[in-house]
Write a protein that binds this ligand. Structure first.
Ligand code: SDX
Length: 428
């Protein structure tokens, strides 16, 4: 492999370095393109062919369906690690020792409270507010109560901001759900595990003791691990570019939450359940929805299918599909929606339109079925995605800031009006 790429423009040749990643991916370094060529830039809508950064956090191979966090396979992590271990791995680069994990969790617990005035902000929202909008607002509002976590220029400040948000975010998630259901806000208990406490805060009823259910804890732990990072997806790129202006960690995360909300991204897990419900209401008529998905005049897409990078099975979808069977049978839940989902998947995988476009189930296709079996309302599904993605966003933001990367500011190709003199209103 040559270490240079040559570009010829108007008969003149320009050379650019070729950089090779640790998994032998090849990139052309064009940081001097505009300067060397006197103004030529590249155009790549949706950045389908453009790398925004080098990163050492997550590797995925869309053709082979491979996903690894800091070199560890998603299959092994989902099977053998817990969510807080994976959070530590993503953020600091290594799996923690027993002592490091214990210290990490106790530092997080120290911050597992939020200023009582946050409740006043939450109270101001109508119950009809979508939980993702509430969560994005409350996360941004945290800066007002934790200003010290805005400018992080030292490892210690960075660490404090990280344990602070890992302590407070699950509270915001739980309170967002409880607000919607008119339930009193609950803090859980520092005697519980990280994921146990999340379930306690979400589901504890004021007049009853809350009994932990190992099946729910393991199911949520696995789902959060599977959602924890995914390299430069839409919301992570949003977190990175927001932080590149040196905006604080909390507001950068809030921007990521907003990007994740979109139905083409994390909002798809809610859209999948709504789609499956609609198919069920239609008597399970999957053929009608397959036809809609292929009809270019119909904006409908088969939610939970397709992916910008995976042109093979999303490895997370495979794990979640297997977990769905396990969790539902452990919980004794017989949900016809799961059968509809499996039928739809089978049909799509045999349909030429989907085969030609390499459209496979993605992470969002089966996750909602488990969330629903756990008693989590559909509107909260994308909030659960954000809860899982939090350590990934933090790790990517930290990497960008610790590497002192420049502010993100893409160029454009202007295709509007050329110069024209101002026209007085009387002449328009
Ligand atoms: C996530 O990037 C990440 O890593 C994201 C994520 C993460 O962990 O962060 O993995 C999480 O966002 C998963 C994706 C969830 N979204 C959905 O399930 C929504 C449905 N899927 C699509 O809208 C779509 O597949 C995207 C947005 C996911 C990817 O879109 P691309 O890469 O821009 O592809 P495209 O829109 O150019 O589609 C290529 C072709 C088109 O047809 P043609 O114009 O070639 O004829 O495939 C078709 C599309 O119409 N197509 C679909 C389809 N997805 C793509 N047709 C029907 N149903 C679909 N779901």
């Amino acid at each position: 492999m040559s270490d240079k790429a040559t570009l010829e423009i108007n008969g003149k040749k320009y050379e650019f370095p070729i950089v090779i990643g640790s998994e032998n991916e090849v990139a052309i370094d064009i940081k001097n393109l505009r300067g060397d060529t006197g103004g030529v830039i590249t155009i790549d809508p949706g950045y389908k062919n453009t790398g925004s950064c080098e990163s050492a956090i997550t590797f995925l191979d869309g053709e082979k369906g491979i996903l690894r966090y800091r070199g560890y396979s998603i299959e092994e992590l989902a099977e053998k690690a817990d969510f807080l271990e994976v959070a530590y791995l993503l953020i600091f680069g290594e799996l923690p020792t027993q002592d490091e994990l214990y210290q990490f969790h106790s530092d997080i617990k120290k911050h597992s409270v939020v200023d009582d005035d946050v409740k006043k902000i939450l109270d101001a929202f109508p119950k009809s507010a979508h939980p993702m909008g509430v969560l994005a607002s409350l996360t941004s509002a945290l800066t007002a109560f934790n200003p010290s976590s805005v400018n992080v220029d030292s490892e210690e400040e960075m660490y404090n901001a990280i344990v602070r948000i890992l302590g407070k975010f699950p509270i915001l998630v739980a309170w967002t759900m409880r607000k919607k259901h008119g339930m009193p806000l609950d803090y859980g208990s520092s005697s519980l595990g990280y994921v146990e406490n999340i379930l306690h805060m979400m589901f504890k009823r004021p007049n009853e003791d809350y009994t932990q259910n190992k099946i729910l804890i393991n199911a949520l732990d696995k789902l959060l691990i599977l959602h924890a990072d995914h390299e430069q997806n839409c919301s992570t790129s949003t977190v990175r570019i927001t932080g590149s202006s040196h905006a604080g960690l909390f507001v950068s995360l809030s921007a990521g939450i907003s990007a994740l909300w979109g139905p083409l991204h994390g909002g798809a897990n809610q859209a999948v359940l709504e789609m499956l419900e609609a198919i069920k209401e239609d008597g399970g008529d999957t053929k009608k929805y397959m036809a809609k998905a292929k009809d270019k005049d119909d904006p409908f897409r088969l939610m939970g299918f397709g992916h910008r990078v995976y042109k093979n099975f999303d490895p997370r979808a495979k794990i979640i599909k297997a977990a769905a069977d396990e969790v539902l049978s452990d919980l004794g839940v017989d949900d016809p929606i799961l059968d509809i989902a499996k039928g739809l998947e089978k049909e799509a995988l045999e349909d030429q339109y989907f085969v030609d476009r390499k459209l496979y189930p993605n992470v969002d296709f089966y996750s909602g079925i488990i969330y629903r079996a756990m008693g989590i309302p559909t509107e909260m599904f994308t909030v659960m995605f954000a809860l899982g993605r939090l350590p990934g966003w933090i790790s990517q933001w930290r990497e960008m800031r610790m590497r002192k990367e420049p502010i993100g500011r893409p160029r454009q190709l202007y295709t509007g009006e050329t110069y024209r003199p101002f026209k007085d209103i009387s002449k328009r």
